[in-house]
Design a protein around this ligand. Sequence first.
Ligand code: HEM
Length: 198
Amino acid sequence: MTTTITATVSESLSKRLKGLTHETHDRLDKSIMAATSFVSVEGYARFAGVQYLFHRDIHALYDDAALQALLPGLAERRRMDLIAGDLHDLGTALPEGGDPAFVAGSIDVPTALGWLYVAEGSNMGAALLRREAAKLGLSDTKGARHLTPAPEGPVAHWRAFTAALDAAQLTEEDEARAVAGANAAFARVQSYADAAFA
Ligand code: HEM
């Protein structure tokens, strides 16, 4: 009697998240660009306001011990204060927001991993947006600090994040919560963009 062993090589979580959120990302990217966010400083300030509200939602995640253990260097990746500095440079008040999506002490790690995938992945587009911001006279020291790439470059910085994400020991149910987290994060940013550009 012969035994057949079939090894199924399941896709990494980061690859699955990319596939499952690709359309959502495209829609968001198009709605931000369609709103002429990078044609005027006022438009850019509205985009920065959207980024601020999103990073305010996830600010508590960067201090979470369980997430820091899974994602080395997590604390250095936070951007809320940089965005607040950008809005200050632009003479724009910090937008008012409801309760942040996450507060310390009640963080579901798999869900949070999905939200962090969205936040950290957005650094990939930041390199492109930084060039657009420069055309408006904005820079890493005035108005576009939060678009500044990591010293090692956006791709290496992103790869370090996805390698740690993919190394996390998650059950199938955990992974489902991470996917739901990523979708919820994109939906939240889309709702901020829809409100800012209405
Ligand atoms: C106008 C705005 C935007 C542009 C032009 C843009 C552009 C890009 C580009 C070129 C990439 C790299 C794609 C690849 O390597 O395949 C990317 C990746 C990504 N962006 Fe955006 N982006 C924008 C806004 C956003 C926003 C607002 C978010 C979320 C807050 C976001 C989340 C992501 C994520 C999660 C990835 C990683 C996808 C992956 O490789 O898994 N993007 N973006």
